[in-house]
Design a protein around this ligand. Sequence first.
Ligand code: ADP
Length: 431
Amino acid sequence: MNSYETRTKSELIKIIRSLEKKQGKTAEQRKDKTARRERADEAFEVRVQERTAELETINQALRKEMAARQRAEEQFREMIESAPDAIVIVNGQGKILRVNGETMKMFGYQREEIVQQSVEVLLPDRYRGGHIGHRDAYVVHPQTRPMGVGPDLFGLRKDGSEFPVEIRLSPMKTDEGILVISVIRDITERRAVEDTLRLQKKLLEEKVREMDDFVHVVSHDLKEPLRGIDAYAGFILEDYADRLDDEGKRYLNALRTSALRMNHLIRDLLTLASISRKGSTRASVNLKEVVAEVKHDLDFAIQQKGAKIRVISKLPVVYCDPTQIREVFKNLLSNAIKFNERTPVVEIAAREEGEFHYFSIKDNGIGIESRYTEQIFGLFERLHNQEDFEGTGAGLAICKKMVEGNGGTIWVESQPGEGSTFFFTLPKGER
Ligand code: ADP
């Protein structure tokens, strides 16, 4: 073998080896690729399974939601049907979409006669034009609210008769836009009761006024002879003093004391009668000033008993009858000082709540048994005799009539020996 042959042979061997190597590599690569593909397939399978599980969960949730919606829809329908009021659902254009059974009973229609009709069919003719404007405005600013106030809301039955109604409107957002739910209540019976009550109240007020007129006249007429009795008793005491023994003088003095007491009773009766005769004339009243004036009026009693009157919160300006509110504070403060066997400490407080001002006058006096806390507001109701605490028993009756005449209420909370707190309210009213 020459060298050429040897070289060619060795090159061939090299080539064959390199080919074999390459082949080996390719086989390895192929194996690798297959493994990779298998891994990718597995990952893909896992992803598919995960995705399928996810979709299943979403599907279940959707099914649940649909069932819940269906249930809610059924409940809504049942609720509407079982409502004691008529319920009419209209769209933004005022077309009736749904009504409940009560609507048909109330208005005398069959369901198919009014569904798809304009809601104005349920109103008397005279309100229709205005109503269209109101409902257009409502759709622009929808909110739950009563529809109008006052005595002028009426429904119209199929037979053309009318009846008074009360209506509440609530907006409901839906995919088809805003729907309006109207809840309609027939208030014929309530109106009749209200009318009767109003009439009875008027008659009662007339009777009270008549009584007060009578009391006023009688009291006035009694004043004159009483003045005479007192004056003549005084003359006898002065002019016949030397001819009277002690007992005679005592009797005459007792007569004058009784005349004075009767004079006070007549004065209180006149005050009481004048409350409803005159009515109340209201104005803005600064209660801080009122209390200062009352304290000044009661100066003698305050000094005599060493009483401490504290105003513990800011007193407001209130819209009420100035003379009457002054009388109320005066009566309550004078009682707080009078019915007290210690050094009187009286606290006046005010606060606001809702539509009212609340006032309290708290004392450290003798207190009141709970069974008497209503009775003492009656006319001439007293729990003590003149010797212990003087008075006519009309002060609280006057306070009650005045407070109630100004739209408020009055009451007391008390424990015997623990002091009393008188409360009264006044409406906030005009400023
Ligand atoms: P008067 O003060 O002329 O007796 P009122 O009508 O003001 O009449 O009060 C009625 C009764 O209520 C009083 O006689 C008294 O028994 C009781 N009373 C009123 N205010 C108080 C008070 N602050 N503390 C205890 N008792 C009171």
